[in-house]
Design a protein around this ligand. Structure first.
Ligand code: ARG
Length: 459
């Protein structure tokens, strides 16, 4: 029997029990709920609202319930709606009237706001940790292939040669912004909301600073109505997760392309590739494809909660129970994606020679030829036109730049001289020697800076 039904004459409809129960998913919050209750009981005793002896019984009871849940021997009942009521009912079974005192100065609205914050805080620190692991894997891969030159693309067309390491470091930057975003989101999550009661605060002399200290929060919430109805921190986690998944989906897409015979930039380790049920030769990049695919549900979870929260009147509304499944799903999806990506990146084999050859093909050094003329005094736009004509001519003759004779060059501009043949992919990369550029010197320094960042983040 649901203990909240004393004011009703009728039992609740079975379909309603199932429809309203959150226990199938909020049982995941049992640790947070028990931690909150233990802190609450200690605080009540400290303030003389219950006795020390009573607090001790409550704490022991809660610890044994935690064990029962972990061993899977506590029957969690849908008719008790949620994790809070299930734990409370079990506590009352165990220590009878003393268990009932735990309800003093606290409501379920209070409890769920606290549990969600505790859960989100843990999720944030797990996420940051795993983002850094992936950053380290990218740095190791960059370092192990620091001389490899590849074609850099715009519009997915070969554009200019770049260092493979420079390309990887672009992902390091994205992930660094993710780390910073999650850290920022932590500031607003790290607020202790307990003591807000149902919505208006509680009529007991509670010590909220003590609760914050016991539970490891940096601050105490300032307004009880906001505290029980605020789910911004859940939305913020999901927004930061959406951006992180967007970044991972780009790396995923590149991995799929890179692993194809057409690109041939990398070879996936067998442990991170899957086979085909019909084509025996296939080695598929399913990990990357699934990461790309799962990005959709993470965006969906964000949109779902934004929509749930839209236009809700203050303060707590049951709609807000819908905050959980999406958050859990997003956390699970992001963390597991980060895990498999770290493994995939750590085991990638880079086909250095093959990519270098690809970097030589086509007219990828066209910008460098234009820059060559600029250095000899030609305005850039004019140089661009001259080289455009040269490319058209070379295409018609079926020749590469290297295969053109000096007199062919000179028929486009008398400024071309023998040294035009010293323009290579190496010289092209070396020339971009400015902060943020792809020159080996710059990339080396960028790697050093990045290493320092992950070391600091680790502390
Ligand atoms: N299961 C509820 C939720 O997740 C807990 C709070 C219920 N509060 C209430 N007044 N019914 O939001």
């Amino acid at each position: 029997m649901n203990p909240l039904r004393n004011r009703f004459r009728k039992e609740v409809e079975k379909s309603v029990v199932e429809y309203t129960a959150s226990i199938p998913f909020d049982k995941r919050l049992y640790r947070q709920d028990i931690a909150g209750s233990i802190a609450h009981a200690r605080m009540l005793a400290k303030q003389g609202i219950i006795s020390e002896k009573e607090a001790e019984l409550i704490v022991m009871g809660l610890a044994s319930i935690r064990e029962e849940i972990e061993r899977g021997i506590l029957d969690l009942r849908a008719d008790l709606e949620d994790i809070h009521m299930n734990i409370e009912a079990r506590l009352i079974e165990k220590i009878w009237v003393v268990g009932r005192k735990l309800l003093t100065a606290r409501s379920r609205n209070d409890q769920i706001a606290l549990d969600m914050r505790l859960f989100a805080k843990e999720a944030i620190s797990d996420t940051i940790e795993k983002l850094i692991e992936l950053q380290k894997a990218l740095l190791d891969l960059a370092e192990a292939n620091k001389d490899v030159i590849m074609p850099g693309y715009t519009h997915l067309q070969r554009a200019q040669p770049v260092l493979f390491a420079h390309h990887l470091l672009a992902y390091f930057e994205m992930l660094q912004r993710d780390v910073e975003r999650f850290r920022d989101c932590l500031k607003r999550t790290d607020v202790m909301s307990l003591g807000s009661g149902a919505l208006a605060g509680v009529p007991y002399p509670i010590d909220r600073a003590f609760l914050a200290q016991e539970l490891g929060f940096a601050r105490v919430s300032e307004n009880s109505m906001d505290a029980v109805s605020d789910r911004d921190f859940v939305i913020e986690y999901q927004a930061a997760a959406s951006l992180a998944m967007m970044h991972l989906s780009r790396l995923a897409e590149e991995s799929v392309l890179w692993a194809s015979a057409e690109f041939g930039v990398v070879e996936l380790d067998e442990a991170y590739a899957t086979g085909s049920s019909i084509m025996p030769q296939k080695k598929n990049p399913d990990v990357a494809e699934l990461a790309r695919g799962k990005t959709g549900r993470v965006y969906g979870n964000l949109l779902a909660l934004l929509t749930t929260m839209k236009a809700l009147p203050l303060s707590y509304n049951r709609d807000m129970q819908e905050d959980k499944e999406g958050l859990f799903d997003t956390v699970d999806t992001l963390l597991s994606t980060l895990d498999v990506f770290t493994g995939m990146v750590r085991t990638l084999r880079v086909k250095g020679e093959k990519i270098r050859l690809a970097a030589e093909e086509g007219y990828i050094l066209a910008t460098d030829l234009a820059d060559y003329l600029v250095r000899k005094g030609v305005p850039f736009r004019e140089a661009h036109n001259i080289v455009g004509g040269l490319v058209q001519y070379a295409l018609e003759k079926g020749k590469t730049f290297k295969e053109l004779s000096l007199s062919e060059y000179q028929s486009f501009s008398p400024l071309f001289a023998e040294d035009v043949y010293s323009i290579t992919v190496e010289s092209s990369v070396r020339a971009r020697n400015i902060l943020g550029g792809t020159a080996p010197e710059q990339v080396k320094e960028a790697l050093t800076r990045a290493r320092k960042i992950v070391r600091v983040e680790d502390e």
